[in-house]
Design a protein around this ligand. Sequence first.
Ligand code: PEP
Ligand code: MN
Length: 339
Amino acid sequence: MILILSRQAHPNDIETLMKRLDWMNLRASLSEQNGQKSLAVVSGMNKQVQIEEFAALPLVEKVLPFTQPYKLASKDVRRERLCIPIKDIQIGGKELAVMAGPCSIESAEQMNTIAAQVKKAGANILRGGAFKPRTSPYSFQGLGEYGLQILAEAGEVHNLITISEVMDAEQIDLVGRYVDILQIGARNMQNYSLLKKVGRSEKPVMIKRGFSSTYQDLLMSAEYILHQGNPHVILCERGVRTFENYTRNTLDIAAVPVLHQLSHLPVIVDPSHGTGIREMVVPMARASVAAGADGIMVEVHNEPEKALSDGIQSLYPEQFEKLMISLKQMAPVVDREIL
Ligand code: PEP
Ligand code: MN
């Protein structure tokens, strides 16, 4: 239920009301739009609360039901798009989030070289995996904590926000100590114990769409994170499995306007995993921005032929630079900017 609060409500009164809801075993999150405060209240599994019970509470002017199963991720809670502040950028704001870097963190030298190159080209977020979800147990599994140290240092030196995948609930605190954004990989999109635990983290979370997940599946997974109290969730379209096998996945660009229609959460597109082919990454990155994405995630490697993972889909730094030049020209057309 959404409780629309009286405009006269004082912050102390709202706090008292939230405590009261807490006693009723209900989770409430406060939001404000155009000066109108409201509380989104979700109940536990077996808790059925009647509209009348809410309507009788002090300060409550109106009670509206949720219209979607993904309650907190839906537009019911918030009509405007959500901006997530992270250091000096806002994901979901006018400035595009450009996440770039190698698939895997391989060495300090590799990371520093790539960080300098993507920063110069205009990226604002540095990506790199330290815990890699590989199809084969014999493939490179990532450098673990040492990799995270390298990523954090490169981010600091080059003034870039950092993002890295957390594969396991036990890794959350560790990864969170080193990076600014926690990434949930496509393979883990429905790992609900992991989602619940990142939902209790202070860090923003980017959740990637599973290979065969619907928009609703993705939003229900985002809901797990939001329900635990973490409001800073970013959705990521990274391609889905279809009958087409020329490309690694089929990048679903329509996901951008659909998710924006269904949810207030920012939407990022990853054309690298979405196509799996270097030559397809630049046009699909442009298409993502044209479709209104809040940003892109692109794999870039200084020596892709020697990369320990995903070299064939990684852009050369010069290609990334050219992509950024074109995105800077395109951005104003869709009311965005790249600084
Ligand atoms: C990644 O971004 O490193 C990754 C493994 O992507 P996905 O989970 O989308 O396959
Ligand atoms: Mn990869």
